[in-house]
Design a protein around this ligand. Structure first.
Ligand code: BGC
Length: 409
């Protein structure tokens, strides 16, 4: 073959893949083993279009990553796309006009008809315009338990919070930390939120988080929760870890009995080759009130003056909701797809429990949809202070929690 013919053939192949191959930098905080595996599915799908995924992973969790992303955006050096939890975290960036309006992509791809539950698209919508591409449903409302740890302690694996608390001394006697808790404030406040929904019930939880009713924080249902949270602090003594996935690793290797953490923990069990129902168990709503919050992740796209990049951003937004990407990403991530018309081919029993709750409508909005980032930060700070200050009583933290809710918007 002559050189020119070879070149023409190569051009044709490249051309078929991507008329305008574009590099897009995508920022996110998915750095644990399971998370990195899941994000690689997105990168592979994007690269397969002939474009290129430039990975902008930030270690240290969402609280570390989000300010870095915001400073890149307001500093005039935005990534092409970034992960946030859908809901109120992007409110200020949208108001400042820094994020792209994706309404045309949403309409062309019928997101209104496919996104389920509709609250996920609502959480991306401001003044009738769509600003994000929701990619998954993640719920916080889970406890993960180690079969090996309970076998070693000689007690059955608990099926609810009360059994968990009653068997905690048997684990401690066997040298096992009953509750694995990482050191970052979002983990402690997140676990409290799970306990509140499970132990105080949906009505009380919604009155606090949605209606911002501080009298409910001071009432009898929440009093129970603050006391249980005090007990949880005792149950976590002896295991000093920082990151959420280090706490999950302690459950995986049986040095801890359980962890209260969102369903992204499943990605870690999967990477370690652990099987739900054999090596580990899962209790939605701590086994007391099986309700999921429908939080999760969404991608936002900063405004860009380069039309080629703008077109590629829109192409990526559409791709993220495509059936194939929904299946490959969510299967690896431990999350549920945002569209009801795809099958996660083989789901384990924990994911199946989540899908059943979703189908039965046993859901509440996520805290990130109901509370402003400022309120969440105040609650994070308070709950971590309580966690690391053994002399601080449940009654003290309850009062301060009520004050924050009273002034929340
Ligand atoms: C995100 C998850 C992520 C988790 C831990 C959550 O805010 O929604 O996708 O796995 O943080 O990094």
């Amino acid at each position: 073959m002559k050189l020119t013919t070879k070149l023409l053939a190569a051009t044709a192949i490249v051309g078929a893949g991507a008329a305008h191959a574009t590099d897009l930098e995508v920022m996110h905080w998915w750095t644990s083993g399971g998370e990195a595996n899941a994000v690689s599915k997105l990168a592979e799908a994007w690269d397969a279009t002939g474009n290129k995924w430039i990975d902008g992973a930030i270690a240290g969790g969402g609280d570390t990553a989000r300010p870095i992303m915001v400073s890149r955006i307001i500093g005039g050096d935005p990534p092409a796309a970034f992960q946030f939890n859908h809901g109120r975290q992007a409110e200020e960036l949208i108001q400042a006009g820094l994020l792209m309006d994706l309404t045309d992509v949403a309409e062309a791809n019928h997101w209104k008809d496919i996104v389920n539950p509709p609250s996920l698209l609502d959480a991306c919508t401001v003044d009738g315009k769509v600003y994000c591409a929701p990619i998954n449903i993640h719920s916080w409302q889970w406890m993960w338990l180690s079969d090996a740890a309970y076998a070693k302690a000689g007690v059955p694996v608990p099926t609810n919070w009360e059994e968990f608390a009653a068997t905690a001394p048997a684990l401690q006697a066997a040298g096992i930390t009953p509750l694995a808790m990482g050191g970052q404030s979002w983990q402690q406040n997140g676990a409290f939120g799970v306990m509140a929904l499970a132990l105080a019930g949906q009505d009380a939880w919604l009155k606090v988080n949605k209606d911002k009713d501080a009298t409910v924080v001071m009432g009898p249902e929440y009093t129970k929760v603050f006391e249980a949270f005090g007990a949880a602090r005792e149950f976590s003594a002896g295991l000093n870890v920082q990151d959420w996935n280090q706490a999950t690793a302690a459950v995986i290797d049986g040095t801890a009995g359980a962890q209260i953490m969102g369903d992204w923990a499943q990605g870690e069990f999967a990477m370690a080759g652990k099987v739900a129902g054999t090596d580990y168990e899962c209790l939605p709503g701590l086994g007391d009130a099986a309700i999921l919050d429908t939080g999760g992740d969404a991608f936002y796209f900063p405004v860009n003056s380069d039309p080629a990049i703008t077109a590629a951003q829109k192409e990526l937004a559409a791709l993220l909701l495509s059936p194939a990407v929904q299946v490959s990403f969510n299967s690896a991530k431990g999350s549920l797809p945002i569209r009801g018309d795809v099958d996660l081919t083989t789901v384990n029993e924990c994911t199946q429990k989540g899908l059943d709750l979703l189908a039965a409508g046993k859901v509440v909005p996520a805290g990130t949809e109901l509370l402003s980032p400022d309120t969440v930060t105040q609650l994070n700070d308070l709950m971590t202070e309580f966690w690391s200050t053994p002399t601080m009583t449940p009654a003290e933290v309850q009062k301060q929690y009520a004050d924050i809710i009273a002034s929340a918007t």
